[in-house]
Design a protein. Structure first.
Length: 351
C-alpha cells in the first residue's frame, strides 16, 4: 500500500497565518500537523508517500525533507491550483501505479491512528473504504448513507435534509478501481473533480464500497479554534520532562516539558505545558494547555490555553487565553491600546 497526502489548499479559514505558511505546518503540541499525519501513515507500515503540494513546496519540503527522518520515502507531486481531491489522484497516477493506497487530508488530526481500519481494508479489500465520524451538524459535511452491513448506498455533499450523521473526514482507502472512477466523472459546479463524485460513481457501478466509523478523537485543524482544541487534547497525554534549565525560584506543577536549551527563570508553569528549545521564560506564568515554540522570549507574560510559534516574543502582557501567536510576532504591553495588524486578523481586547 502507498499513501497520498493532500497538502495544497489556500487555508482561508486560518488567515492571517496561512498567508505566510502552509496551514499544514501549523504546530500542534509543538509538532506540525503534517508530521503527525506522516507518523500515523508510517504506523500503518506504509513507507511510500506522495504529497500533493501547491506553490508552497519551498516551505513544506525543508520541514519534511525526503522522509528519512520519519522512516518513509516522500515524493512531492505539484498541483498548480486546487482542482478537487479527485484531481490529485489523476496527478499521482504514475506514483500510485496499480497499488492500493490511503488518501489522507494533510490538515486532519486523528491521534489514535487508523491502524484497525487499514487492517480491515487490507484483509477484505473492498474497491473503496471511506472513514466516517458522527457529527452533530451533518449539513456542513459530505455524509454517507449506509446499508445494514456498512455498505455505502449514497454520498451527499452538505445535504439540506441529511438522512445520516456520518460525515466523511478525509481518510479514504482505495484499490486501483478508483482510477477508472476519476476518469469517468466531470467537474462539479465549482469546477473541481470531487472525490465524493468518484466514489459515488463506484457505488452506481455496483462496486464494493464500504464505510468504517472512526471511534477516536478527530479534528479538522482548519480554524484557530480547532487548532487550540486539538492542542489541548494532545497535551493531555504529555509526560513531564525537563531537559533545559529551571532555576530554584521557579515552580513547575503537572506535566511540563522543558526542551533542551530552554530556560525558565522565576516563573510558574502549570502543566500540561511544553516549552520549545531555545526559549526563555522569565517572571512569567504559563497555565494549562499551552505550547510555546522554539526560540521564544517570554518576560512578565501570562498565557493559558495558547500556542506561540517559533521566534515569538511576549512581554509585559498577562491574561492571554485562547491565543495563537505567529512566527516572530511581538506582543508587548503599553499604557494605551495600540494595534498593528494585517489582513483578516482578529483581535479581542478586554473592555
Amino acid at each position: 500500500m502507498k499513501a497520498l497526502v493532500l497538502s495544497g489548499g489556500s487555508g482561508t479559514r486560518l488567515r492571517p497565518f496561512s498567508y505566510s505558511m502552509p496551514k499544514q505546518l501549523i504546530p500542534i503540541a509543538n509538532k506540525p500537523v503534517l508530521e503527525h499525519v506522516l507518523e500515523n501513515i508510517r504506523d500503518l507500515g506504509v513507507t511510500e508517500i506522495g504529497i500533493i503540494v501547491g506553490d508552497r513546496i519551498h516551505e513544506i519540503a525543508p520541514v519534511l525533507g525526503d522522509g528519512s527522518r520519519f522512516g518513509v520515502r516522500i515524493t512531492y507531486i505539484p498541483q498548480d491550483k486546487p482542482r478537487g481531491l479527485a484531481h490529485t489522484v489523476v496527478l499521482a497516477r504514475e506514483f500510485l501505479g496499480d497499488d492500493d493506497f490511503v488518501m489522507y487530508l494533510g490538515d486532519n488530526m486523528l491521534p489514535e491512528g487508523v491502524a484497525d481500519i487499514a487492517a480491515e481494508f487490507t484483509a477484505e479489500r473492498p474497491d473503496a473504504q471511506v472513514v466516517v465520524y458522527k457529527v452533530p451538524n451533518p449539513t456542513a459535511f459530505g455524509v454517507a448513507e449506509l446499508g445494514p452491513d456498512g455498505e455505502v448506498l449514497r454520498l451527499v455533499e452538505k445535504p439540506k435534509e441529511p438522512k445520516s450523521d456520518l460525515a466523511l473526514i478525509g481518510v479514504y482507502f482505495f484499490t486501483p478501481a478508483i482510477h477508472q472512477a476519476v476518469a469517468s466523472i466531470a467537474p462539479s459546479a465549482r469546477g473541481e473533480l470531487e472525490i465524493t463524485d468518484a466514489i459515488q460513481w463506484l457505488v452506481t457501478q455496483g462496486a464494493d464500497v464500504r464505510a468504517r466509523e472512526y471511534a477516536g478523537y478527530w479534528k479538522d485543524t482548519g480554524k484557530v479554534e480547532d487548532v487550540l482544541e486539538c492542542n489541548r487534547h494532545l497535551l493531555e497525554d504529555l509526560t513531564a520532562e525537563v531537559a533545559g534549565e529551571v532555576d530554584e525560584a521557579s515552580v513547575l506543577t503537572g506535566a511540563v516539558v522543558v526542551e533542551a536549551g530552554a530556560r525558565v527563570v522565576r516563573s510558574r508553569i502549570e502543566g500540561p505545558v511544553v516549552i520549545g528549545a531555545g526559549t526563555v521564560v522569565e517572571d512569567s506564568h504559563l497555565g494549562p494547555h499551552t505550547a510555546i515554540g522554539r526560540d521564544n522570549v517570554l518576560r512578565r507574560a501570562g498565557l493559558t490555553y495558547s500556542i506561540t510559534l517559533d521566534g515569538a516574543e511576549v512581554s509585559d502582557v498577562r491574561g492571554l487565553h485562547g491565543s495563537l501567536i505567529g512566527r516572530q510576532a511581538v506582543v508587548g504591553g503599553s499604557a494605551q491600546h495600540r494595534l498593528v495588524v494585517g489582513d483578516h486578523t482578529r483581535v479581542e481586547v478586554a473592555a
